[in-house]
Design a protein around this ligand. Structure first.
Ligand code: MG
Length: 365
């Protein structure tokens, strides 16, 4: 479902439109709040009858995956200086052989820094020798904002409920494929997270969204979460800050992590300045417009229902909006057409300006 659209290619809204849009957003938020939780799966959580995804042997990857230049490196194998326990005290997770290791009873580990929308890269390995079964085998978890879990589990030849296996959005969405590597081998998660949006009054405007790539396979494709992930309960959204720490789960198993980095993503595309497209238009008489009709290089200019039009490619004619007796703009595209006129006011050619390029054309007839 769509809650809002973010677009920078629409004409600027006037004040009335902005007000109506704002009211619409508030109403939508109120409706969602009134409706309670978002639509959920028809499956009860953790149902063993829920089909498990196909097992797909993942491709060989070149590891570790280097962090891009703008990444926040959260763990490079050396120390836990970016991390702490959830109560703010030093974590009891350990570092050995370039990996950070979950320690039973140490509790979750979380970043000192808080994050919102992110691209996150995590490498992890399930413990060997294999101990336990189902949810007791190599269990941990990547908690975006400390609330939304991408499950970490040793899912290599390990039966468990579909919405709790590796790369599940825990209790909500099974992965689309079981791309697990054997325990002990390094595996990758590349996680693309868009945080939920809340209105100032606390209504839900937009759910959290997750795309997850496990060992090179897309296993969550823009999944819309219906609330924080949870065991046994289905919790509704509660408004929370725009940024919260990333946390990893201590589930009692010595799961290892390494090469953890993320890129903070811009939350909005820039809007055009208020005066970007406010240039005044002029009125040109039908007789004057008729002067421009003709063929110019590969283009044709015609008059249609009182408006000047030009075919930019093929049979597509677009309106030309006049800003001076010789200069016109396009309605939806940042392009302009300037006619060259002689001393008698007769067009000799035109120049089309688009995307930093200039396209001159002589009049043919
Ligand atoms: Mg877990």
């Amino acid at each position: 479902m769509t809650f809002t659209t973010h677009s920078n290619n629409q004409k600027p809204m006037n004040t009335l439109h902005r007000t109506l849009a704002a009211i619409g957003v508030v109403l939508l938020g109120t409706m969602l709040m009134a409706a309670g939780a978002l639509a959920q799966s028809a499956w009860k959580q953790h149902d063993m009858n829920r089909p498990r995804p196909p097992v797909v042997t993942p491709p060989i990857q070149s590891l570790p995956v280097p962090a891009p230049a703008d990444a926040v490196v959260l763990f490079d194998g050396s120390d836990l200086s970016q991390w702490q326990a959830t109560d703010g005290t030093p974590t009891r997770w350990e570092v050995a052989d370039g990996a950070m290791i979950s320690v039973a009873g140490a509790g979750y580990i979380q970043t000192r820094q808080a994050f919102g929308d992110v691209q996150l890269h995590v490498e992890w390995a399930a413990p060997t020798p294999v101990e336990g079964t189902s949810q007791g085998r190599g269990n941990s978890g990547v908690f975006l904002m400390g609330l939304y879990e991408v499950q970490v589990l040793d899912s290599y030849d390990n039966e468990t409920y579909a919405d709790g296996q590796a790369a599940a959005i825990y209790g909500q969405y099974p992965p689309l494929a079981n791309a697990a590597r054997p325990p002990g081998q390094w595996q990758t998660y590349d996680i693309f997270f868009r945080r939920p949006r809340f209105s100032p009054s606390g209504g839900l405007l937009e759910p959290a969204r997750l795309t997850v790539v496990h060992n090179g396979l897309v296993v969550q494709n823009n999944a819309e979460l219906w609330g924080p992930t949870n065991w046994l309960q289905s919790l509704p959204y509660q408004p929370h800050p725009d940024k919260l720490p990333l946390a990893f789960q201590d589930h009692g198993n010595p799961v290892r992590y390494r090469n953890i980095w993320l890129r903070e993503l811009p939350e909005h595309q820039p809007e055009p300045p208020a005066d970007a497209y406010t240039e005044a238009t002029v009125t040109i008489s039908p007789e004057e417009l008729e002067h421009f009709v003709g063929k110019y290089g590969i283009w044709e200019v015609r008059r249609e229902q009182g408006r000047l039009q030009m075919n930019f490619y093929g049979p597509l004619f677009l309106d030309l909006i006049p800003h001076s007796p010789t200069r016109f703009s396009l309605k939806h595209t940042a392009g302009t057409v300037e006619f060259d006129v002689d001393a008698n006011g007769d067009p000799q050619g035109l120049t089309f300006y688009l995307g930093g390029s200039t396209y001159p054309a002589k009049r043919m007839e």
